[in-house]
Design a protein around this ligand. Structure first.
Ligand SMILES: [Zn+2]
Ligand SMILES: [Zn+2]
Length: 396
Protein backbone atom coordinates (compact mmCIF):
# COMPACT_ATOMS: atom_id res chain seq x y z
CA UNK A 1 0.00 0.00 0.00
CA UNK A 2 1.33 3.41 -0.90
CA UNK A 3 -0.19 5.21 2.06
CA UNK A 4 0.49 4.29 5.69
CA UNK A 5 -2.99 3.84 7.22
CA UNK A 6 -1.63 4.18 10.76
CA UNK A 7 -2.56 7.82 11.47
CA UNK A 8 -6.05 7.25 10.04
CA UNK A 9 -6.38 4.15 12.19
CA UNK A 10 -5.48 6.13 15.32
CA UNK A 11 -7.99 8.82 14.39
CA UNK A 12 -10.70 6.22 13.80
CA UNK A 13 -10.06 4.60 17.21
CA UNK A 14 -10.12 8.03 18.81
CA UNK A 15 -13.54 8.79 17.32
CA UNK A 16 -14.87 5.51 18.75
CA UNK A 17 -13.94 6.15 22.40
CA UNK A 18 -17.43 7.08 23.58
CA UNK A 19 -19.09 4.37 21.50
CA UNK A 20 -16.82 1.70 23.00
CA UNK A 21 -17.74 2.73 26.54
CA UNK A 22 -21.44 2.97 25.67
CA UNK A 23 -21.43 -0.51 24.09
CA UNK A 24 -19.54 -2.04 26.98
CA UNK A 25 -21.93 -0.52 29.53
CA UNK A 26 -24.98 -1.62 27.56
CA UNK A 27 -23.64 -5.19 27.46
CA UNK A 28 -22.68 -5.05 31.12
CA UNK A 29 -26.23 -4.09 32.08
CA UNK A 30 -27.66 -6.98 30.03
CA UNK A 31 -25.45 -10.03 30.64
CA UNK A 32 -26.51 -13.32 29.08
CA UNK A 33 -25.45 -16.78 30.24
CA UNK A 34 -23.80 -19.36 27.97
CA UNK A 35 -25.97 -20.53 25.04
CA UNK A 36 -28.52 -17.75 25.69
CA UNK A 37 -26.66 -14.76 24.20
CA UNK A 38 -29.56 -13.70 21.95
CA UNK A 39 -29.68 -9.97 22.72
CA UNK A 40 -25.89 -9.72 22.40
CA UNK A 41 -26.01 -11.60 19.09
CA UNK A 42 -28.70 -9.23 17.79
CA UNK A 43 -26.59 -6.20 18.69
CA UNK A 44 -23.52 -7.66 16.94
CA UNK A 45 -25.48 -8.63 13.83
CA UNK A 46 -27.28 -5.29 13.57
CA UNK A 47 -24.12 -3.21 14.00
CA UNK A 48 -22.09 -5.26 11.52
CA UNK A 49 -24.90 -5.09 8.97
CA UNK A 50 -24.95 -1.29 9.31
CA UNK A 51 -21.20 -1.30 8.65
CA UNK A 52 -21.67 -3.24 5.41
CA UNK A 53 -20.71 -6.72 6.60
CA UNK A 54 -22.43 -9.86 5.28
CA UNK A 55 -23.88 -11.35 8.46
CA UNK A 56 -24.77 -14.94 9.37
CA UNK A 57 -26.68 -15.42 12.63
CA UNK A 58 -27.53 -18.59 14.55
CA UNK A 59 -24.14 -20.13 13.76
CA UNK A 60 -23.80 -23.11 16.11
CA UNK A 61 -26.53 -21.70 18.34
CA UNK A 62 -26.21 -18.01 19.17
CA UNK A 63 -22.98 -17.41 17.23
CA UNK A 64 -22.62 -14.59 14.70
CA UNK A 65 -20.24 -14.41 11.73
CA UNK A 66 -19.83 -11.14 9.83
CA UNK A 67 -17.69 -10.94 6.70
CA UNK A 68 -16.35 -7.90 4.90
CA UNK A 69 -14.68 -8.42 1.54
CA UNK A 70 -12.25 -5.85 0.17
CA UNK A 71 -12.91 -7.05 -3.39
CA UNK A 72 -9.16 -7.64 -3.76
CA UNK A 73 -7.48 -11.04 -3.40
CA UNK A 74 -5.81 -11.65 -0.06
CA UNK A 75 -6.00 -13.60 3.17
CA UNK A 76 -9.06 -14.06 5.39
CA UNK A 77 -8.39 -12.75 8.88
CA UNK A 78 -10.79 -13.72 11.64
CA UNK A 79 -11.26 -11.59 14.76
CA UNK A 80 -12.93 -13.54 17.53
CA UNK A 81 -14.77 -12.23 20.59
CA UNK A 82 -16.57 -14.33 23.19
CA UNK A 83 -19.97 -13.08 24.26
CA UNK A 84 -21.22 -14.90 27.36
CA UNK A 85 -21.55 -13.88 31.02
CA UNK A 86 -21.31 -15.93 34.23
CA UNK A 87 -23.87 -17.16 36.77
CA UNK A 88 -22.61 -14.79 39.48
CA UNK A 89 -24.54 -12.26 41.59
CA UNK A 90 -22.76 -8.95 41.04
CA UNK A 91 -21.55 -7.11 44.14
CA UNK A 92 -20.11 -3.64 44.74
CA UNK A 93 -21.40 -0.24 43.78
CA UNK A 94 -18.21 1.36 42.55
CA UNK A 95 -18.86 0.76 38.84
CA UNK A 96 -20.68 3.11 36.46
CA UNK A 97 -23.33 0.51 35.59
CA UNK A 98 -24.33 -2.81 37.13
CA UNK A 99 -26.00 -5.97 35.90
CA UNK A 100 -29.76 -5.70 35.56
CA UNK A 101 -30.17 -9.46 35.31
CA UNK A 102 -30.40 -11.27 38.64
CA UNK A 103 -27.84 -14.05 38.84
CA UNK A 104 -25.89 -13.12 35.72
CA UNK A 105 -22.81 -10.95 35.47
CA UNK A 106 -20.07 -10.06 33.01
CA UNK A 107 -17.34 -11.05 35.48
CA UNK A 108 -14.72 -12.03 32.92
CA UNK A 109 -14.66 -8.95 30.68
CA UNK A 110 -16.50 -10.46 27.70
CA UNK A 111 -18.66 -7.31 27.60
CA UNK A 112 -15.43 -5.48 26.77
CA UNK A 113 -14.43 -8.12 24.23
CA UNK A 114 -17.66 -7.62 22.27
CA UNK A 115 -17.41 -3.82 22.47
CA UNK A 116 -13.81 -3.95 21.19
CA UNK A 117 -14.67 -6.35 18.35
CA UNK A 118 -17.47 -4.02 17.23
CA UNK A 119 -14.92 -1.22 17.33
CA UNK A 120 -12.50 -3.22 15.18
CA UNK A 121 -15.30 -4.00 12.72
CA UNK A 122 -15.97 -0.27 12.48
CA UNK A 123 -12.32 0.76 12.04
CA UNK A 124 -11.63 -1.87 9.36
CA UNK A 125 -14.81 -0.96 7.46
CA UNK A 126 -13.67 2.67 7.45
CA UNK A 127 -10.24 1.70 6.10
CA UNK A 128 -11.65 -0.76 3.56
CA UNK A 129 -9.76 0.71 0.60
CA UNK A 130 -6.41 0.27 2.34
CA UNK A 131 -6.45 -3.52 2.79
CA UNK A 132 -6.86 -6.69 0.71
CA UNK A 133 -8.63 -9.96 1.39
CA UNK A 134 -11.47 -10.52 3.77
CA UNK A 135 -12.25 -9.74 7.41
CA UNK A 136 -14.39 -12.16 9.39
CA UNK A 137 -15.80 -11.05 12.74
CA UNK A 138 -16.65 -14.03 14.94
CA UNK A 139 -18.90 -13.48 17.95
CA UNK A 140 -18.67 -16.74 19.84
CA UNK A 141 -21.10 -17.83 22.55
CA UNK A 142 -20.57 -20.15 25.53
CA UNK A 143 -16.85 -19.68 26.11
CA UNK A 144 -17.23 -20.05 29.87
CA UNK A 145 -18.41 -23.63 29.45
CA UNK A 146 -15.98 -24.36 26.60
CA UNK A 147 -18.98 -25.20 24.46
CA UNK A 148 -19.32 -22.43 21.88
CA UNK A 149 -16.39 -22.69 19.49
CA UNK A 150 -16.87 -26.28 18.30
CA UNK A 151 -20.49 -25.86 17.12
CA UNK A 152 -19.43 -22.72 15.20
CA UNK A 153 -16.58 -24.65 13.57
CA UNK A 154 -19.01 -27.46 12.73
CA UNK A 155 -21.09 -24.87 10.87
CA UNK A 156 -18.21 -23.52 8.82
CA UNK A 157 -16.76 -20.70 10.95
CA UNK A 158 -13.20 -21.62 9.96
CA UNK A 159 -13.81 -22.25 6.26
CA UNK A 160 -11.25 -20.24 4.30
CA UNK A 161 -9.80 -18.58 7.41
CA UNK A 162 -6.04 -17.96 7.23
CA UNK A 163 -5.41 -16.10 10.50
CA UNK A 164 -7.13 -15.87 13.88
CA UNK A 165 -6.82 -12.91 16.24
CA UNK A 166 -8.37 -12.41 19.65
CA UNK A 167 -8.01 -10.58 22.94
CA UNK A 168 -8.63 -11.45 26.53
CA UNK A 169 -8.87 -8.39 28.75
CA UNK A 170 -6.78 -9.08 31.82
CA UNK A 171 -7.49 -7.23 35.07
CA UNK A 172 -4.26 -8.25 36.86
CA UNK A 173 -2.32 -6.50 34.05
CA UNK A 174 -2.08 -2.70 34.36
CA UNK A 175 -4.39 -0.82 31.99
CA UNK A 176 -2.35 0.64 29.14
CA UNK A 177 -0.15 -2.45 28.94
CA UNK A 178 -0.38 -5.30 26.45
CA UNK A 179 1.10 -8.79 26.84
CA UNK A 180 1.89 -11.02 23.87
CA UNK A 181 3.23 -14.55 24.25
CA UNK A 182 4.44 -16.70 21.36
CA UNK A 183 3.51 -20.35 21.98
CA UNK A 184 1.19 -21.53 24.77
CA UNK A 185 -0.55 -18.80 26.80
CA UNK A 186 -3.51 -20.53 28.46
CA UNK A 187 -3.62 -24.19 29.40
CA UNK A 188 -5.93 -26.87 28.19
CA UNK A 189 -9.09 -27.14 30.28
CA UNK A 190 -10.95 -30.41 30.62
CA UNK A 191 -13.80 -31.35 32.87
CA UNK A 192 -14.09 -34.95 34.02
CA UNK A 193 -16.30 -37.01 36.29
CA UNK A 194 -15.49 -40.02 38.47
CA UNK A 195 -18.03 -42.37 40.01
CA UNK A 196 -16.72 -44.70 42.70
CA UNK A 197 -19.14 -47.57 43.29
CA UNK A 198 -19.19 -49.84 46.36
CA UNK A 199 -21.94 -51.67 48.17
CA UNK A 200 -24.08 -49.89 50.76
CA UNK A 201 -24.90 -51.09 54.23
CA UNK A 202 -24.83 -50.43 57.98
CA UNK A 203 -22.30 -47.87 59.17
CA UNK A 204 -21.71 -49.93 62.30
CA UNK A 205 -20.85 -53.06 60.29
CA UNK A 206 -18.56 -51.83 57.49
CA UNK A 207 -17.11 -55.29 56.92
CA UNK A 208 -20.43 -56.40 55.44
CA UNK A 209 -20.32 -53.57 52.83
CA UNK A 210 -17.84 -52.05 50.37
CA UNK A 211 -17.30 -48.44 51.37
CA UNK A 212 -16.96 -46.01 48.40
CA UNK A 213 -16.36 -43.00 50.72
CA UNK A 214 -13.16 -44.46 52.18
CA UNK A 215 -12.14 -45.42 48.64
CA UNK A 216 -12.91 -41.98 47.17
CA UNK A 217 -10.70 -40.37 49.83
CA UNK A 218 -7.80 -42.59 48.68
CA UNK A 219 -8.55 -41.77 45.04
CA UNK A 220 -8.47 -38.00 45.64
CA UNK A 221 -5.12 -38.29 47.42
CA UNK A 222 -3.61 -40.60 44.81
CA UNK A 223 -4.69 -38.36 41.92
CA UNK A 224 -2.51 -35.56 43.31
CA UNK A 225 0.58 -37.74 42.83
CA UNK A 226 0.01 -37.72 39.05
CA UNK A 227 1.28 -34.13 39.05
CA UNK A 228 3.69 -34.31 42.02
CA UNK A 229 5.30 -37.69 41.17
CA UNK A 230 4.74 -38.34 37.46
CA UNK A 231 5.02 -34.91 35.83
CA UNK A 232 8.25 -33.03 35.24
CA UNK A 233 8.70 -30.11 37.67
CA UNK A 234 9.37 -28.00 34.56
CA UNK A 235 6.00 -28.92 33.03
CA UNK A 236 3.06 -26.94 34.46
CA UNK A 237 0.06 -29.16 35.16
CA UNK A 238 -3.01 -29.10 37.38
CA UNK A 239 -5.37 -31.82 38.59
CA UNK A 240 -8.21 -30.49 40.74
CA UNK A 241 -11.17 -32.32 42.23
CA UNK A 242 -13.63 -29.46 42.72
CA UNK A 243 -16.71 -31.35 43.76
CA UNK A 244 -17.36 -34.51 45.76
CA UNK A 245 -20.68 -35.93 46.74
CA UNK A 246 -21.70 -39.19 48.37
CA UNK A 247 -23.69 -40.71 51.19
CA UNK A 248 -27.02 -39.93 52.82
CA UNK A 249 -26.59 -40.38 56.58
CA UNK A 250 -23.84 -40.54 59.21
CA UNK A 251 -24.44 -44.19 59.95
CA UNK A 252 -25.00 -45.54 56.45
CA UNK A 253 -22.33 -46.85 54.09
CA UNK A 254 -23.01 -45.18 50.73
CA UNK A 255 -23.59 -46.96 47.44
CA UNK A 256 -21.47 -44.55 45.43
CA UNK A 257 -19.46 -41.32 45.46
CA UNK A 258 -19.53 -38.90 42.54
CA UNK A 259 -16.69 -36.45 41.87
CA UNK A 260 -16.02 -33.76 39.30
CA UNK A 261 -12.71 -32.21 38.50
CA UNK A 262 -10.58 -30.38 35.98
CA UNK A 263 -7.20 -30.89 34.30
CA UNK A 264 -4.89 -28.19 32.93
CA UNK A 265 -1.81 -28.70 30.74
CA UNK A 266 0.18 -26.78 28.13
CA UNK A 267 0.85 -29.53 25.61
CA UNK A 268 -1.66 -31.72 23.89
CA UNK A 269 0.31 -34.90 24.70
CA UNK A 270 0.47 -33.93 28.39
CA UNK A 271 -3.26 -33.23 28.41
CA UNK A 272 -4.04 -36.71 27.07
CA UNK A 273 -1.55 -38.38 29.41
CA UNK A 274 -3.02 -36.69 32.50
CA UNK A 275 -6.58 -37.65 31.58
CA UNK A 276 -5.55 -41.23 30.89
CA UNK A 277 -3.65 -41.50 34.19
CA UNK A 278 -6.63 -40.14 36.15
CA UNK A 279 -8.78 -42.92 34.73
CA UNK A 280 -6.11 -45.57 35.42
CA UNK A 281 -5.21 -44.45 38.95
CA UNK A 282 -8.87 -44.14 39.95
CA UNK A 283 -9.67 -47.59 38.53
CA UNK A 284 -6.68 -49.29 40.15
CA UNK A 285 -7.12 -47.67 43.58
CA UNK A 286 -10.81 -48.56 43.46
CA UNK A 287 -10.06 -52.16 42.50
CA UNK A 288 -7.58 -52.49 45.38
CA UNK A 289 -10.40 -51.50 47.74
CA UNK A 290 -13.04 -53.77 46.14
CA UNK A 291 -14.80 -50.78 44.49
CA UNK A 292 -15.20 -49.81 40.86
CA UNK A 293 -14.36 -46.39 39.39
CA UNK A 294 -15.93 -45.06 36.22
CA UNK A 295 -14.16 -42.19 34.45
CA UNK A 296 -16.30 -39.79 32.40
CA UNK A 297 -14.67 -37.29 30.03
CA UNK A 298 -16.73 -34.11 29.62
CA UNK A 299 -16.30 -30.74 27.85
CA UNK A 300 -12.76 -29.63 27.23
CA UNK A 301 -10.43 -27.71 24.98
CA UNK A 302 -6.75 -27.86 24.05
CA UNK A 303 -4.10 -25.34 25.18
CA UNK A 304 -4.29 -21.83 23.69
CA UNK A 305 -1.22 -21.61 21.47
CA UNK A 306 -0.18 -18.53 19.51
CA UNK A 307 1.83 -18.90 16.32
CA UNK A 308 5.26 -17.26 16.74
CA UNK A 309 5.08 -15.27 13.47
CA UNK A 310 1.55 -13.96 14.11
CA UNK A 311 2.51 -13.16 17.72
CA UNK A 312 5.37 -11.05 16.36
CA UNK A 313 2.90 -9.15 14.13
CA UNK A 314 0.71 -8.53 17.19
CA UNK A 315 3.72 -7.50 19.27
CA UNK A 316 4.66 -4.89 16.66
CA UNK A 317 1.06 -3.69 16.57
CA UNK A 318 1.15 -3.38 20.35
CA UNK A 319 4.42 -1.44 20.27
CA UNK A 320 2.95 0.94 17.68
CA UNK A 321 -0.14 1.43 19.88
CA UNK A 322 1.20 1.69 23.45
CA UNK A 323 4.98 1.95 23.03
CA UNK A 324 7.72 -0.62 23.56
CA UNK A 325 7.89 0.06 27.32
CA UNK A 326 4.25 -1.03 27.74
CA UNK A 327 4.49 -4.37 25.96
CA UNK A 328 5.16 -7.50 28.03
CA UNK A 329 5.52 -11.20 27.42
CA UNK A 330 2.77 -12.75 29.55
CA UNK A 331 3.62 -15.74 31.74
CA UNK A 332 1.53 -18.86 31.11
CA UNK A 333 -1.79 -18.91 32.94
CA UNK A 334 -3.69 -22.08 33.89
CA UNK A 335 -7.08 -20.86 32.76
CA UNK A 336 -8.58 -22.24 29.57
CA UNK A 337 -10.34 -20.71 26.56
CA UNK A 338 -11.95 -22.50 23.63
CA UNK A 339 -10.44 -19.97 21.23
CA UNK A 340 -7.87 -22.80 21.26
CA UNK A 341 -10.07 -24.74 18.80
CA UNK A 342 -9.88 -21.90 16.25
CA UNK A 343 -6.12 -21.55 16.81
CA UNK A 344 -5.68 -25.29 16.15
CA UNK A 345 -7.09 -24.81 12.66
CA UNK A 346 -5.28 -21.66 11.52
CA UNK A 347 -2.22 -19.82 12.85
CA UNK A 348 -3.12 -16.90 15.04
CA UNK A 349 -2.51 -15.03 18.25
CA UNK A 350 -4.50 -14.65 21.44
CA UNK A 351 -3.10 -11.93 23.66
CA UNK A 352 -3.80 -10.01 26.86
CA UNK A 353 -4.78 -6.36 27.19
CA UNK A 354 -4.38 -4.81 30.65
CA UNK A 355 -7.77 -3.99 32.18
CA UNK A 356 -7.12 -3.08 35.80
CA UNK A 357 -5.58 -0.07 37.50
CA UNK A 358 -3.44 -2.32 39.70
CA UNK A 359 -1.07 0.55 40.48
CA UNK A 360 -3.90 2.51 42.15
CA UNK A 361 -5.87 -0.15 44.04
CA UNK A 362 -6.32 -3.90 44.48
CA UNK A 363 -8.26 -5.46 41.62
CA UNK A 364 -10.84 -8.23 42.05
CA UNK A 365 -9.93 -11.38 40.10
CA UNK A 366 -11.80 -12.61 37.04
CA UNK A 367 -14.99 -14.54 37.94
CA UNK A 368 -15.30 -12.62 41.24
CA UNK A 369 -18.57 -10.82 42.18
CA UNK A 370 -16.66 -7.52 42.41
CA UNK A 371 -14.75 -7.94 39.15
CA UNK A 372 -14.61 -4.83 36.97
CA UNK A 373 -12.58 -3.56 34.03
CA UNK A 374 -10.97 -0.17 33.66
CA UNK A 375 -12.68 1.11 30.52
CA UNK A 376 -9.50 2.86 29.35
CA UNK A 377 -8.49 -0.61 28.12
CA UNK A 378 -11.06 -0.56 25.31
CA UNK A 379 -9.38 1.81 22.80
CA UNK A 380 -6.03 0.10 23.49
CA UNK A 381 -7.49 -3.28 22.51
CA UNK A 382 -9.14 -1.89 19.38
CA UNK A 383 -5.90 -0.17 18.33
CA UNK A 384 -3.75 -3.30 18.67
CA UNK A 385 -6.30 -5.67 17.16
CA UNK A 386 -7.15 -3.45 14.17
CA UNK A 387 -3.48 -2.73 13.51
CA UNK A 388 -2.54 -6.43 13.67
CA UNK A 389 -5.47 -7.36 11.39
CA UNK A 390 -4.40 -4.70 8.91
CA UNK A 391 -0.82 -5.99 8.88
CA UNK A 392 -2.01 -9.56 8.23
CA UNK A 393 -4.45 -8.45 5.53
CA UNK A 394 -1.67 -6.57 3.78
CA UNK A 395 0.81 -9.45 4.03
CA UNK A 396 2.54 -7.84 7.04
ZN1 LIG B 1 -14.03 -16.49 32.24
ZN1 LIG C 1 -13.07 -14.97 29.77
Amino acid sequence: MAEDPSPRLDAAVDRLREQLVADRRDLHRHPELSYRETRTAELCAERCEQLGYAVRTGVGGTGVLADLDSGRPGPTVMVRADTDALPIVERGTHRPVTSEVEGAMHACGHDGHVAMALGVADVLAGLRESWSGRVRMCFQPAEEVAGGAQPMIDQGAMEGVDRVLGIHLWAPLQVGRVAVTPGPLFGSADEFGLVVRGRGGHGGMPHTSVDPVACAAQVVTALQTIVSRETSPFQPAVVTIGRIEGGMAFNVIAEEVRMRGTVRAFEQSERERLLQRIAEVAADIAASMRCEAEFIRANGCPPVVSDAAVAEVVRRAAVATVGEENVDVAPRITVGDDVALFLERAPGCYFLVGAGDVAAHPVAPHHHPEFDIDERCLPVGVGVLARAALAELNGR
